[in-house]
Design a protein. Structure first.
Length: 423
């Protein structure tokens, strides 16, 4: 059965042509963490730059989002585009045609996570509110965040996935059988990951290496879709990156330009019930804020501060000199994150020079809140078993509702794929 045949069997998935660096490349320096991490920690990215130095690295093929608003962003994007072309032309890649990559990721904080690198059909994805598509966003999409990310993708030759897609497969029929059958296979890469990222091992899955396993993925997903009521894939991480890929594809299609490669986006698919999938809250830190002013704003909006109230979400806060609890009425929003975000969004809109950042990890919140005029808010975690039913019934959750692990547990860029039809 050909790849094209398997693509359009109602599951919106293909085994893409994957590029991996050849054996001459230092994989430790090649792999770097997702661009949307450490967005308030420039020292992290400075360390990465020093580690990579002049080596071939995915760091040279991506734009950390901490630099999205820098004055030199356009020149950075041009350099990234050129680096992609140079890497392709220099012959550093080995191609794995029509392949999945089974990955096993170990981190310092959670059990091993098993995933399958594949590509999803953007025709079957809709990030808009109320979407009933096969592939759905799990959080609200901020449309203003899409154009800057589209600039990075517009003239890019390659994509690298930091998008993580969840499937609700409690019987473990899709990914786990692949892992079992490849348990004694030879990996195509194995490396430690820089900056406390743990380690990762990857195995190729295609018609040549394991035809039964390869075809079994499609069959299992067909069966899972039949019982999914039309909701098969949930975006766990990288929602705005997938939305940007969708918009880029739609622009090419509208202009009548070649777009078969751009129609698909490479992702890592993980079972929601994998032991390595642990939902962590995404906290908030507000910068350049007057403490008394923001506290007064919460009180004006029906909240209580440091005074317990009934039927409220309890959200601890921290500053350089103070710690306490914020009580927001549950009538504001059914989720604590939604209630806090609604009020913070209004406050930021009404107050100049205020900035919110979305922080993974309690220690990072404490560190950032230990500066003058900053305040951090600790949010509770969400039960991962509620994800599919909640999104199916209520639609996308408030943005940045949950994170799958700490920042250093996020996807590291390793696999690449050609996304332009114009090379």
């Amino acid at each position: 059965m050909s790849n094209k045949d398997l693509t359009y069997k109602n599951i919106g998935l293909i085994a893409p042509d994957i590029l991996l660096p050849n054996k001459s490349i230092n994989m430790y320096k090649w792999a770097t963490v997702a661009c949307d991490q450490y967005t308030s920690e420039p020292e992290y990215w400075s360390d990465v730059e020093n580690i990579v130095a002049n080596a071939h690295s995915t760091y040279n093929l991506m734009l950390p989002e901490i630099y999205l608003e820098n004055a030199d962003v356009e020149s950075r994007i041009l350099k990234i585009n050129q680096n992609m072309k140079d890497y392709i032309e220099s012959g550093i890649f080995t191609e794995y045609p029509q392949s999945f990559i089974l990955i096993k990721r170990s981190t310092p904080y959670s059990p091993v996570r098993t995933g399958l690198v594949a590509a999803l059909d953007l025709e079957k994805y809709d990030f808009h509110k109320g979407a009933k598509s096969l592939i759905r966003a799990t959080e609200g999409t901020v449309t203003e965040r899409i154009p800057p990310r589209m600039k990075v993708r517009k003239n890019a030759s390659l994509e690298m996935p930091h998008i993580m897609i969840l499937i609700d497969d409690p019987q473990k029929t899709v990914i786990e059988p692949v892992a079992d059958k490849l348990s004694s296979a030879e990996p195509i890469y194995s490396t430690d990951l820089m900056k406390n990222g743990g380690s990762i091992v990857g195995y190729a899955v295609n018609q040549n290496t394991a035809p039964d396993v390869y075809n079994g993925v499609f069959t299992a997903l067909e069966n899972l879709r039949a019982s999914s009521d039309g909701f098969l894939f949930a975006v766990g991480d990288g929602n705005h990156s997938l939305a940007s890929a969708k918009c880029h594809y739609e622009e090419l299609k509208k202009a009548g330009l070649p777009c078969e490669n751009a129609r698909f986006a490479m992702v890592e698919i993980v079972n929601l019930h994998d032991a390595g999938i642990i939902f962590e809250p995404i906290h908030r830190v507000v910068f350049n804020v007057n403490f008394d002013d923001i506290i007064s704003y919460f009180i004006k909006n029906g909240c209580s501060v440091d005074k317990e109230a009934e039927n409220t979400h309890v959200i601890p806060y921290i500053t350089k000199e103070k710690q306490g609890k914020l009580y927001i009425p549950k009538s504001t929003h059914m989720l604590a994150v939604g209630a806090l975000q609604l009020i913070l969004d209004r406050y930021v809109a009404e107050t100049p020079d205020i900035k919110i950042d979305y922080i993974h990890g309690d220690d990072s919140v404490k560190e950032l809140a230990n500066s003058d005029n900053n305040i951090g808010f600790y949010l509770p975690s969400m039960d991962k078993n509620d994800l599919f039913p909640t999104v199916a019934e209520k639609g996308a959750l408030p943005r940045k509702t949950f994170s799958m692990g700490e920042a250093c547990e996020k996807r590291y860029y390793i696999e690449c794929r050609v996304i332009t039809d114009r090379i």
